[in-house]
Design a protein around this ligand. Structure first.
Ligand code: 2V1
Length: 282
C-alpha cells in the first residue's frame, strides 16, 4: 500500500512508469449511474486519462475482504475485461477506479439499438464476452454474476466483462440470499440456486443466458415469471426459448450451457472455438 493509502498497479497499457492512484489526481466530471455499491462517475486521472470512478457507499461492501482480493484482481488483465486501475482507501467512501467504457452497459446498449444490430454483430458481442470469460476460467477466477448488465461497451463497440468477483463483497441480504428479490436466479444454474455451488461451469450457465439476452436485444429472461417459478421451470427441465434472431446453431450453443449437470456443459475454452466456427459459417 502506497504512502497515500492507495494500492495501485502499474498501468502497463498507459505508460511504463508506476502510476500511483492519488485521490488528489482524480477529477470527477459527471455521474454515469448508480451501481450496486453506489454512484459511478466519469472522471479524469492526471487531467488526461478518462476513468470510471465507483464510489462505495459505507455498509454496501465488505471492504476489508475486497481490499484483500483487489491485489489479485488488478493482476487480471485482458482486452475483454474492464481493467481495474486502482483502489483508493485514503478516505471514505472508497473509490474503485477502472478503465472507462464510453457506451455504457451492454443491456442498455442492446435496448437502445433494438432492430439496428445485425446477427453478425450480436454473435461478435458474445465472442467478446466469451474471450474475457475464457481468460478468467484459465485463471480459475469465477465471476459469480455474469449478465448483460455486468458487461460494458467501449467507443469501438467492443464488449468487456466487468465486476468479476464483486458479488462476493455485496452486503445486501436481498442480493445474497437465493430467496432474495435481487438474487440473479434467472442467470443461476441449479447447483447455484440450490447450494450456491459456484464454478466456471456455473458462469457458463450464466453465459448462456447472456447469449439469450444478446439475441433478444435485451429482453428480461422468463419475463412473466417470478424467481421461484423459474426455479420450478428449470427443475422441470424447461429452458429459455430460441430468440428469433438466433439461428439454430446459435441456439444449440446457448442451450448447451444449460445442461442440468455442470460436467455436461462446455468450457469457455471450447465455446470460443465453437463461436469462432459459427462466425466463419454464417
Ligand atoms: C452486483 S455486482 O456484480 O457486485 C455489481 C454490478 C454493477 C456495478 C456497477 O458499478 N454498475 C454501474 C452502474 C452505472 C454505471 C456503471 C459504469 C461503469 N463503468 C466502468 C467503465 N465505464 C463505465 C460506465 N460507462 C458509462 C455508463 C453510462 C454512459 C451513458 O451515459 N450512456 C448514455 C448514452 O449512451 C451511452 C451510455 C456512458 C458510459 N458505467 C456501472 C457494481 C457491482
Amino acid at each position: 500500500v502506497g504512502s497515500d493509502g492507495c494500492i495501485s498497479p502499474e498501468i502497463a497499457r498507459l505508460s511504463y512508469e508506476e502510476w500511483r492512484l492519488n485521490p488528489s489526481e482524480l477529477l470527477f466530471l459527471k455521474e454515469l449511474g448508480r451501481g450496486q455499491f453506489g454512484v459511478v462517475y466519469l472522471g479524469k486521472w492526471k487531467e488526461t486519462i478518462k476513468v470510471a470512478i465507483k464510489t462505495i457507499n459505507e455498509g454496501a461492501m465488505s471492504e476489508d475482504d475486497f481490499m484483500e482480493e483487489a491485489k489479485l484482481m488488478m493482476k487480471l488483465s485482458h482486452p475483454k475485461l474492464v481493467q481495474l486501475y486502482g483502489v483508493c482507501t485514503h478516505h471514505k467512501p472508497l473509490y474503485v477506479v477502472t478503465e472507462f467504457m464510453e457506451n455504457g452497459c451492454l443491456l442498455n446498449y442492446l435496448r437502445q439499438r433494438r432492430g439496428k444490430l445485425g446477427r453478425d454483430v450480436l454473435l461478435r458481442m458474445c465472442q467478446d464476452v466469451c474471450e474475457g470469460m475464457e481468460y478468467l476460467e484459465r485463471n480459475s477466477f469465477i465471476h459469480r454474476d455474469l449478465a448483460a448488465r455486468n458487461c460494458l461497451v467501449n467507443a469501438e463497440h467492443i464488449v468487456k466483462v466487468s465486476d468479476f468477483g464483486m458479488a462476493r463483497y455485496v452486503i445486501d441480504d436481498e442480493y445474497i440470499s437465493s430467496s432474495g428479490a435481487k438474487f440473479p436466479v434467472k442467470w443461476s444454474s441449479p447447483e447455484v440456486f440450490h447450494f450456491k455451488k459456484y464454478s466456471s461451469k456455473s458462469d457458463i450457465w450464466s453465459f448462456g443466458v447472456l447469449m439469450w439476452e444478446v439475441f433478444t436485444e435485451g429482453k428480461m429472461p422468463f419475463e412473466t415469471k417470478s424467481n421461484s417459478e423459474v426455479v420450478h421451470e428449470i427443475s422441470q427441465g424447461n429452458r429459455l426459448y430460441r430468440p428469433h434472431l438466433a439461428s439454430h446453431p446459435v441456439y444449440k450453443v446457448m442451450y448447451s450451457c444449460w445442461h442440468e449437470k455442470p460436467e455436461g456443459r462446455p468450457t469457455f475454452a471450447e465455446l470460443t472455438v465453437t463461436l469462432t466456427d459459427l462466425t466463419e459459417m454464417t
